[in-house]
Design a protein around this ligand. Structure first.
Ligand code: LLP
Length: 421
């Protein structure tokens, strides 16, 4: 459920017509619904009721500080993967004891930043990282709380580029070596081992892979406790998928996912953390774009939009499907047109959809890409020297620009010409 619905023929973001935002801010523009963000966060929070838990939003999916403040004020923690994300979370007012630090390549500078600013835990992914963190923490005279991310070698049954829990993936330490790695961690100064971390992939549409991974984590918890480690916290990662294609079968709900957690690790007395990104932010955002031209090719019609692959790269990068709908609802009974929907960038990969049936559109009409809140704006770039796409947050009948579109001068002024040229 989201808050982008047609009312009187107009696609709304909560109580604001998207056309009004487009007129005021221009296009392309990302628009987020505060009510949808909060609703999705709360679904996870409720799914874990009865167990001590923290829902850490995977802010890599949507990292605007206004969104982080909204979720942080509602009680969410944050899963960060870089110094930049850590500082964004802090700038949004999220306390350090609600921030977990993930990622295979944390640098010593990033470790120092987080230890000095306050951190809930590091999810450590290798022995060299463990040694580096031990040295940095000892140097600062503090103890770094850690979990070790284990790679359970489970097939997440998702797109290869976003699967992370198979042995060929770079993530985590092989679960078969976990006991020796925990023994090493326990012997290093400056580290306090508190738990286990796992994340097997993104856009999972079945629960079975989660169940398989969490059963392995439960077994490991018992083994590590028998070895004398105090395992009090389990970070179970993110990854629950969303229905990108509204016509087709929907992935499981957060409440069903919560049941898997209860069933597999609920009896261990551990504090549970999860790191959902996409399910909180995905359907909370749309990308609004305007048709520049409708062009007739030899055998097809091209809908050329003012949004391009630099604004939303998911179709080009993962062959991802996004529903694309008109902002002004089509007359009922109108004959459908079929379009290849493309952007203005000079490569054929700049294609959002092929042979898509939809109501006929004309130059100047507005469309909205659904399910664009996650991995949309955060993966945008200035390719072709296109300006970075702006972002707007809606709450009820109010909206605010939460990242403005830069001017061409601002974009160009970040370059500099050396004196010797
Ligand atoms: N935790 C960790 C350690 C992760 O690596 C990720 C996502 C998450 C949590 C959140 O997963 P989610 O709940 O959002 O599925 N750019 C790709 C997705 C990359 C996901 C990377 N890791 C896309 O557009 O589909």
């Amino acid at each position: 459920m989201d808050h982008f619905l047609y009312r009187d023929g107009q696609l709304m973001a909560e109580d604001v017509p998207l056309a009004e935002i487009a007129a005021s801010v221009g296009t392309p523009v990302y628009v987020y619904s505060a009510a949808t963000l909060l609703r999705h966060y709360r679904l996870f929070d409720e799914a874990l009721q009865g167990m001590p838990h923290l829902v850490c939003f995977a802010m890599k999916s949507l990292s605007n500080i206004a969104v982080l403040k909204l979720l942080g004020d509602a009680g969410a923690g944050m899963d960060v993967v870089s110094g930049g994300e850590y500082l964004r979370a802090k700038a949004a007012g999220v306390p350090g004891d609600r921030i977990v630090f993930s990622g295979v390549g944390k640098t010593r500078e990033e470790m120092r930043l987080a230890l000095e600013g306050g951190i809930r835990q590091f999810n450590v992914e290798s022995e060299p990282e463990m040694r580096a963190l031990s040295e940095v923490a000892s140097g600062l005279g503090v103890e770094a709380p850690i979990t070790v991310r284990v790679n359970p070698d489970v097939d997440a049954k998702t797109h290869a580029k976003i699967a992370t829990g198979k042995k060929e993936n770079k993530f985590g330490i092989p679960i078969s070596r976990a006991r020796e790695v925990y023994a090493m961690a326990a012997g290093l100064p400056g580290l306090k081992v508190i738990g286990i971390d796992v994340h097997i992939g993104s856009q999972l549409t079945e629960l079975a892979p989660f169940e398989a991974a969490y059963l392995k984590v439960a077994e490991l918890t018992r083994a590590l406790r028998a070895d004398g480690h105090e395992i009090t916290r389990l970070d179970l990662g993110g990854g629950l998928g969303i229905p990108y294609d509204r016509g087709n079968n929907a992935p499981p709900l957060p409440v069903e996912y919560g049941e898997v957690i209860r069933r597999t690790v609920g009896d261990l007395g551990c504090e549970i953390e999860i790191e959902p990104g996409r399910l909180i932010s995905g359907n909370s955002g749309v990308l609004v774009s305007q048709v520049i031209y409708v062009k007739s090719g030899e055998d097809r019609e091209f809908l050329i939009l003012d949004a391009a692959m630099n604004d939303l790269i998911r179709p080009a990068m993962y062959e991802a499907h996004h529903d694309i709908v008109p902002v002004v609802e089509a007359e009922p009974g109108l004959e459908q047109a079929v379009y290849d929907i493309v952007g203005p960038i000079c490569e054929s990969g700049d294609t959002f959809a092929k042979a898509r049936s939809m109501a006929p559109l004309a130059s100047g009409d507005l469309v909205a890409f659904r399910s664009a809140g996650a991995y949309g704006a955060v993966m945008s770039s200035e390719y072709n020297s296109r300006l970075m796409v702006p972002e707007v947050l809606v709450s009820g009948d109010q909206f605010a620009v939460i990242r403005s579109r830069p001017t061409y001068e601002e974009m160009i002024s970040r370059d500099s010409i050396p004196s010797w040229l």
